[in-house]
Design a protein around this ligand. Sequence first.
Ligand code: UD1
Length: 434
Amino acid sequence: MDKFVIRGGNPLLGTVRISGAKNAALPAMAAALLTEEPVILENIPQVRDIETERKLLSAMGAEVELGYGRAQHRTTICCRDLVNPEASYELVKTMRASTLVLGPLVARMKSARVSLPGGCAIGARPIDLHIKGLEKLGAKITQEHGYIQASAERLKGARIVFEKITVTGTEDLLMAATLAEGETVLENCAREPEVVDLAVLLNKMGAQVEGAGTQTIRVHGVEKLHGARHRIIPDLIEAGTFIIAGALTGGDLTVTSCDPIHLDALLTKLEDCGVTVHRNGESVRIVGNGPLKCADIITEEYPGFPTDMQAQYMALATQANGTSIITENIFENRFMHALELVRMGANVRIEGSRAVVRGRTALSGAAVQASDLRASASLVIAALVADGETIIDRVYHIDRGYEHIEEKLKGVGAQIRRIGELLPRRMTAPAVAS
Ligand code: UD1
């Protein structure tokens, strides 16, 4: 299994380019199931979750071309001859977002068999709201042998109020509703930029979706969708991770090809911490000048502070003067990184859904283990300011969602190397869900 070896102490200086958003690319690839014509997606990140989605679609009989080049990362997906509308446990257990195929498959293929994802490192993460919503749209759903079997001759528009805001739940039902008969109104929707990006793609495919980015989305169902070409939005979590790393190391880092508006909750918080932030069109420059001040965060749905940035922010809070309270509102078990940070010298106490971080404590390099995707990013960031060498085990988690993170970090001055690459890099991961 690969490990990262990181020697701390270097400020990050220079420019880093952000890749396409994994969490926008995954639903966009699933949306290709809604049409028999090719869907071309550009700015696809070169990460392991995309490879998993390619396998998932290919197993159903889709033709998926996936190419990464200097100028373009692109996939062309053609779902004309689908033979097997199924998401197997083998794939769902490695990536929960595989369940995004449920809505599109029932809508176009009239049936779907999708494995239930089971537990996850950061919380229970059920998909009951996807299921209830599909039932409201008229699907017949049964559960057997760990699989959901859904079927419908044609889905029928309905009013669905999400009991809880769910990102992939909103995306799944939004896709299903595009081919339903009549109008669907989705209320209490997730407003994440990834949901908006999906709606833009669906409209390019001939769907009639209004209101994405607000709490209420209206979908006027159509008979058929067609092919389209679409460029995926930049990854706001990758951008935020580099921004925190720049601030923490006292660097001068410009993060390009990102959308500063999507990053507003994080950037405003960093300003509270005393970091200088310049927002310029499609880039953000961070100048870490002087000591960091403590500031509390509460994770919320977009446009609040993202749960996917909580672990990285905790690494920063260990180096801020004073006590920062971090409240995790979205997932019930998302503090696995805290104990690893403590091994590096951080002072963090967990009290239910709150973490109390007392700073500033010197961090020292240690052997630590990544437990999930964003927790791994937190450890990488902490290692950049730790004294001596940190060895991070299980970096397959980070390969799920960060494109060539070690190369990007090296490019702006970090001392980081990957070891233990005995097998081709993206083939080494064991099955884990998060
Ligand atoms: C997505 C993101 C993930 C991010 C999360 C929250 C993708 C591929 N993943 O995950 O990176 O951390 O949003 O921003 O986009 N819930 C239910 N029942 C459901 C669905 C969700 O109770 O049917 C709960 C979850 O357990 C969680 C909360 O709702 O407590 C939010 O989860 P959700 O927004 O669905 O997360 P994901 O879409 O899985």
